[in-house]
Design a protein around this ligand. Structure first.
Ligand code: PRP
Length: 208
């Protein structure tokens, strides 16, 4: 039997995602072994899981190296991969937001300096407002940019709000809510739609 290749986001979210697949009848006990392996399969269920960097999941799925995968809506909005977005797992919930130093007010006469990992989301958001910005692309620890004067604001993921709070920053505006989404390669979905739909139906039932 041909295996269903599933890209899971490595990390905390990935473990929760795996639990949803397991509860849907696609267990793979070896994945729980504490080792550095990245690929696990259960031939009986016909499933092969692999841990990918969350921001890479959509690349594996778009190119068909994975039939399906799970990644955050942030990744889908930022990279617009050519995949089907099929199901909201309702986990990994957070929001994409603009944040700044406490008390910040926007001077619309000046170009706004925006530091972010999510360049496209930030551009689209400020385009929709007709606001001129200067984008500064960073790879992490975005919160330090406004503190050190590198930027006026940041566009970043806010989950509990603790990181902002502990760095004396606050949310200025929410751009969009985020959660984990099940995505499928377009060709895989054509040929394996029954199996993929079965997984989604089981997840839906378990989440009711
Ligand atoms: C994200 C984000 C914030 C933090 C927000 O970073 O960039 O730094 O989580 O969470 P909070 O509101 O609960 O404090 P992540 O941990 O994903 O790491 P990263 O900085 O490498 O993106």
């Amino acid at each position: 039997m041909k295996m269903l290749n599933v890209a899971l986001p490595k990390g905390r979210l990935g473990e929760k995602v795996y639990e949803q697949f397991a509860a849907a009848g696609f267990e793979c006990p070896s994945i729980k072994e504490n080792n550095r392996k990245l690929i696990f399969e259960n031939e009986e269920c016909g499933v092969r899981y692999f841990w990918a960097k969350p921001s890479d999941v959509a690349i594996y799925v778009e190119r068909g190296a994975a039939d399906i995968g799970v990644c955050g809506k942030d990744i889908l909005l930022e990279y617009s991969p050519d995949v089907y977005e099929l199901y909201d797992l309702d986990i990994g919930k957070c929001r994409m937001a603009v944040a700044a130093k406490k008390g910040f007010t926007d001077d619309r006469e000046r170009t706004l300096k925006v530091a972010t990992k999510f360049t496209n989301i930030a551009k689209n958001y400020y385009d929709s407002l007709g606001r001129d910005i200067d984008i500064i692309h960073l790879n992490g620890s975005i919160e330090i940019a406004p503190i050190l004067g590198l930027s006026d604001v940041i566009v970043d993921i806010v989950e509990t709000g603790t990181t902002l709070k502990e760095n004396d920053l606050e949310v200025v505006e929410t751009i969009v809510p985020i959660s984990a989404r099940l995505i499928a390669n377009k060709a895989s979905f054509k040929f394996k739609s029954e199996l993929v739909e079965k997984i989604i139906r089981s997840m839906e039932n378990n989440n009711d």
